[in-house]
Design a protein around this ligand. Sequence first.
Ligand SMILES: Nc1ncnc2c1ncn2[C@@H]1O[C@H](COP(=O)(O)OP(=O)(O)OP(=O)(O)O)[C@@H](O)[C@H]1O
Ligand code: NI
Length: 313
Amino acid sequence: MEPILEISHLSITFIQYERGIHKRELPVIKDLSLQIEPGQIVAAVGASGSGKSLLAHSILGILPYNSRMSGTLKYDGRPLTQERAEALRGREIMLIPQGVTYLDPLMKIGPQIRKGKRDAGIRERCRAALKRYELKEEIEEQYPFEISGGMARRVLIASAVTESPRLIIADEPTPGLDKKAAGRILGHFRELAEEGAGILFITHDLELALTVADRVAVFYAGETIEEADASDFKDVEKLRHPFTKSLWHAMPEHGFHPIPGSQPYPGTMAKGCPFARQCRKCTILCREADQISLKPYRGGLVRCLYPGKEEAK
Ligand SMILES: Nc1ncnc2c1ncn2[C@@H]1O[C@H](COP(=O)(O)OP(=O)(O)OP(=O)(O)O)[C@@H](O)[C@H]1O
Ligand code: NI
């Protein structure tokens, strides 16, 4: 099937001026490629600071002014230009933002959900969306400061699904919600996918991602280091990258064995594989490599010189 969204070799850098004079480029996303087909839920899983929200913002065309982007984004087979992103967002492409601060504090909830639309069916669709997330109709007349954080989060989600979107970018949609509420939202994502929407589910929580995703893209320090079918996570031997394997071992159901160390910060990276410092299989070649590309391997994609190499015991 034709992908609804196709991201190829996306890189995002921030331009910073040190003491106002020296220009410095801070790479945060490097060579990121990802595809989403209609009907598919793709989870982008990565630690804090690995570039997940920036990925979301690049698709919506809302990157900060001091950033530069390279690579290509295609939506529905055609380049997703800034103009197209502006025309499609809020209509076909919906963002469920990470922060509830995206709600306009000076506007009542109802009009925010309806987004200025006045057609005959909009009130009905708005009510149905609120009901689905167990929000009372009265909330339409309230301002964001009058509702709780959990309610605000559900308002953001209701607002994104009111008009059947074709692509949903959900940036950490469930924090602050209990397991049941989170499960209901993810179940709704599945229904929307069955109706033909493509969904990018951004989260730091691999366990949660695996409850709903078809494909999982694992982020590490701004790069996708592996793309796998969700079913590959049933057996650690099916996974390809040593970081993905370490995430598997860190899951509570697999004994909760996290690896020591943390991801390098953007801008502090020397050459070589960014995972080298934490990798038990790292060789001199891994430290010296200029750029390791994402390659097909056993039905998935992996960015490693020695994918699937046996763990040294
Ligand atoms: N406007 C900016 N200027 C400079 N650096 C930025 C800017 N916005 C984000 N960054 C940096 O880019 C990196 C990626 O940020 P991003 O918000 O995409 O991470 P994330 O994976 O969404 O993290 P989290 O899980 O905490 O939401 C971070 O190191 C962040 O500090
Ligand atoms: Ni984020």
